[in-house]
Ligand binder design. Structure first.
Ligand code: NAP
Length: 248
């Protein structure tokens, strides 16, 4: 396969991944976007898409070789730590260049009342005894970390319903961002929320909840991002597109 026709693999599942796919398709760069297949009705990027795991590091390395991939952009969510680590190892094995596209984290302002925690289990420890009416936005896969907490009521906001154990007192709210400040204020007021629990995903699409919490003087348990392997990074889709354009 001639080098210019070799595809760029985008590991996706984020808005940035979709933005990058759209930009590359627009300028005629062959792209294959990969989704894990967790969401029932995913927002699909432009261009070719494949869905499902690769089968660990060896499976991904094999896939890169079989498809003669030119470069990989890992644009997965900042908390998708397994696939990010696998991409580093698999690209090294296959001799393929790798860029990590990762949006910047949120940083607290003067009005924010954040309790920063290193992981989801510590977030659950913080909630037990601190909040009585909790807005939980850590996602479907992390809701079970709060299952043992009977001392609080949880409004669990998810795209698809959680399948694991859940806390005794809860309501499931199915929705998908982006969210507007006025709606977040209304939600938190109407449910008398007194604690917000979120991962530090960063980005604009879900930032309004933090502003709403600050305006309502609601504290936030903020789960810090996992540490990532040191690879070249870009913070925006356009910076990643520039990196692809500079590949030789
Ligand atoms: P993870 O724990 O890092 O990865 C677990 C396994 O899922 C990987 O080993 C891989 O399976 C498969 N996988 C993950 N992302 C993949 C992708 N883009 N394409 C193909 N296979 C993928 O992942 P996760 O945290 O469950 O996240 C799954 C997906 O949801 C990611 O694409 C991520 O961008 C998106 N997402 C995650 C979060 C979050 O909070 N974690 C939030 C929003 C969106 P194999 O080992 O079989 O290859």
């Amino acid at each position: 396969m001639p080098e210019g026709d070799a595809p760029v693999l985008i590991l996706g599942g984020t808005g940035e991944a979709r933005d990058l796919a759209a930009t590359l398709v627009e300028v005629g760069v062959p792209v294959i976007s990969s989704l894990a297949g967790r969401v029932r009705d995913p927002r699909l990027p432009q261009g070719e898409v494949r869905i499902g795991g690769f089968g660990g590091i060896a499976g991904l390395a094999q896939w890169l070789a079989t498809h003669q991939v030119r470069a990989v952009v890992d644009a997965t969510h900042p908390f998708a730590a397994v696939i990010t680590a696998n991409a580093v190892e698999a690209c090294a094995l296959a001799g393929v260049q790798l860029l990590r596209l990762r949006r910047d984290p949120w940083v607290p302002g003067a009005a924010d009342r954040w309790v920063r925690v290193p992981d989801i289990d510590t977030a659950a420890t913080e909630v037990d005894g601190r909040g009585r009416r909790v807005l939980l936005t850590t996602g479907r896969q992390d809701a079970d970390a709060f299952a043992g907490i009977d001392s609080a009521w949880f409004l669990i906001r998810v795209v698809d319903p959680p399948t694991g154990k859940l806390p005794a007192h809860h309501e499931i709210l199915r929705s998908r961002g982006p969210y507007r400040l006025e709606d977040e204020l209304e939600l938190m007021r109407s449910r008398a929320i007194d604690l917000l629990v979120t991962k530090n995903s960063g980005g604009e699409l879900t930032r309004a909840k933090l502003r709403a919490a600050a305006l309502l003087d609601v504290p936030v348990v903020m789960v810090d991002r996992p540490t990532e392997p040191p690879v070249p990074t870009a913070a925006t889709a356009s910076a990643a597109a520039d990196w692809v354009a500079g590949l030789r």
